[in-house]
Design a protein around this ligand. Structure first.
Ligand code: FUB
Length: 606
């Protein structure tokens, strides 16, 4: 009896799961409903434009076996059709490429075998009818090893209305940089990073260098986000040249700001008459999609807009480039309340010595820091571009030249942005270090930014390690923390920087990598003006150790103190907390972990 029931159910199921492969027109999406899309373990694949998809913003992603899942949450009970739009030509009979559909973890359709059905660059639709019971629906690509070019997934009711739709360009992808932290984006060539903190996360807006670049002929923009500076999420294409009525080509360095519920995305492009203009596009989400205004900003010209909103709410655009941008100085213009127009005529910026392009404005204390690329104008950096900066007490200038904050990078251009996140300052830039990279195939990186006690900027130390992790087998500099609770960086009499703690201040170091070593003690380089203690904790608050510290002669009289800690290994987030008298301070230069002889004989980690 049970067996007959099973056969009947199986028969019914196979009737419901009819499969077709059709060559059809574009998958035009409505607004996605209840959809979460994620490509994990995203490989080194660039976005890919599907030739016959007439919706030009439509991109495919190369997806690999077990890398790809789209989840549609809580679809009401009923009969549905799942449509998958994809393209790919290569196939081998031994490696099936199958889209499987699951409901609440149970396989409900396994017949979407794309083997030999879809052609190169040609959009195909595969569809399967499914009966759902009000559970989460998951569409997974499960090939043995081949890839496919995924374009979109739609879920339709049996009456044909689309209830969920997700396009490849809307999927978020989690990227774990294999090996090192820099470059942070490794799935495509990116440049001109504009970093901002929105809703507690860092967002980096970038230009997108084409993998078949002809000069700087970029055609779309991307955004990436992170909440730990280690794992970056790729939010896909946020604006494509095809969606900007006045633009023809050359989508150069962009910027994005938030005001009164709207994200304003500013970008330069060559207009249809061949001149560079600056446009604006808006969205209610930092990840777009952004809708471009039909015309460029009236009176705008040249390239590289960077918009800064001052503490009094007034907005300024810094812009201009000396190369194809055709200018001899940078420019500044006020923006009006719409954020879409200049408020008055743009003014030439005075005092940006050696300027070439790539303006960025930061305010530190009450001082305005205008940083920019020098091209080959700087006498000490004649070969290619460095990043210099000039300061002023007025956002419109005049500015006073201060020096170079970032030296040469691989590749001729150099382009920066600076952002403060959880009490740490970061310097974003690009180089050409991604495999296959060069001056027009660049990659975005980030390292720490430190400000000297006199307000000048310390030169950025460019690293492969980046900022997402700490090497637990080497000395960890106190100033390279990921979060500060009250503690402040300052210049150190032993060189570099140290951090001053008042009582209850703390520093968090994310992802301290001890690998397979077991750390059982810690050494700290300290100077303190009174007795106090340092607590070593895991970031969930668990106490690992405690060091009592006696007063030193003064806050710069350095000594090294050692104490045991509960054994730790692998990768740990570490929190250092200072407890002392209210008016007294601790100065911390660096710390390092050791293994005890009992655990690892004569172990020295570095
Ligand atoms: O990415 C194209 C151009 O290269 C940018 O607009 C400049 O700042 C330089 O990075």
């Amino acid at each position: 009896m049970v067996r007959i029931k099973f056969i009947l159910i199986a028969l019914l199921f196979s009737l419901l799961s009819t499969v077709r492969a059709n060559e059809i027109g574009p998958a035009t999406c409505g607004k996605p409903v209840m959809v979460k899309g994620e490509i994990s373990h995203y490989k080194n694949a660039d976005r890919y434009k599907v030739a016959n998809a007439t919706d030009n913003s439509f991109y495919a992603e190369e997806v690999y076996g077990n890398d790809f899942t789209v989840t549609v949450q809580s679809i009401p009970k009923g009969n549905y059709k799942v449509e998958i739009y994809m393209a790919e030509s290569f196939h081998s009979s031994s490696n099936k490429r199958v889209f499987n559909i699951y409901e609440n973890g149970l396989l409900i359709s396994d017949k979407l075998d794309i083997y030999a059905k879809a052609g190169k660059d040609t959009e195909y639709r595969f569809s399967s009818s499914v009966k759902l019971k009000n559970q989460d629906l998951e569409i997974r690509f499960e090939s043995v090893k081949d890839m496919a070019k995924f374009n979109a997934v739609k879920v339709l009711t049996d009456k044909g209305s689309v209830i969920a739709c997700v396009k490849a360009s809307e999927l978020s992808k989690t990227m774990e940089n294999p090996g090192t932290g820099n470059p942070i984006v490794c799935n495509m060539f990116t440049a001109d990073p504009s970093a901002h903190v929105f809703n507690g996360k860092v967002y980096v807006y970038t230009s997108h260098d084409l993998s078949n670049a002809q000069g700087f002929n970029m055609r779309d923009y991307q955004v990436f986000s992170s909440s730990d500076m280690k794992t970056w999420h790729d939010h896909g294409v946020i604006l494509d040249v095809a969606d900007v009525p006045w633009a023809k080509e050359y989508l150069w360095a962009p910027d994005c700001v938030y005001k009164n519920g709207i994200y304003y995305f500013y970008f330069p492009a060559k207009s249809t008459n061949g001149e560079f203009k600056i446009g604006v596009a808006t969205s209610t989400s930092p990840t777009g999609p952004f809708k471009a205004e039909p015309e460029p900003i009236k009176g705008s010209f040249s390239v590289d807009p960077a918009v800064f909103i001052d503490t009094d709410g007034k907005a300024y655009m810094y812009f201009g480039g000396a190369g194809m941008g055709g200018q001899s100085t940078p420019w500044v213009a006020k923006l009006d309340d719409t954020m879409k127009q200049f408020d008055g005529e743009p003014r030439r910026i005075v005092g940006a010595d050696y300027w070439f392009e790539a303006c960025w404005m930061s305010k530190i204390g009450n001082t305005y820091y205008l940083s920019y690329s020098t091209g080959s104008n700087h006498p000490e950096y004649p070969e290619s571009s460095a990043i210099a900066y000039a300061t002023s007490d007025n956002p419109m200038g005049p500015f006073k030249y201060q020096g170079v904050v970032n030296g040469y990078v691989s590749g001729w251009t150099n382009h920066q942005s600076m952002v403060e996140y959880k009490g740490q300052s970061y310097f974003f830039y690009h180089n050409a270090d991604l495999p296959g990279g060069n001056t027009t195939k660049r990659s975005v990186c980030v390292d720490y930014l430190h400000v000297n006690d006199d307000g000048t900027l310390s030169k950025v130390v460019q690293t492969k390690q980046g900022v997402g992790t700490c090497d637990g087998l080497a000395r960890i500099e106190a100033e390279n923390y990921h979060e500060s609770i009250g503690a402040k960086k300052k210049q150190c009499s032993e060189g570099g920087f140290s951090v001053i703690f008042n009582t209850n201040n703390a520093l968090v170091f994310n992802k301290v990598e001890l690998k397979d070593k077991i750390a059982t003690s810690i050494r700290l380089r300290v100077a303190n003006s009174a007795k106090g203690e340092i607590q070593i904790r895991s970031n969930d608050g668990k106490k690992l150790g405690l060091l009592k510290i006696d007063k030193t002669a003064n806050g710069e009289a350095w000594k090294t103190v050692t104490g045991t800690i509960k054994p730790i290994t692998g990768t740990k987030d570490i929190r250092l907390v200072y407890k002392g008298k209210n008016s007294e301070q601790l100065n911390l230069n660096w710390f390092e972990f050791y293994g005890s002889n009992k655990v690892i004989k004569k172990m020295i980690f570095y």
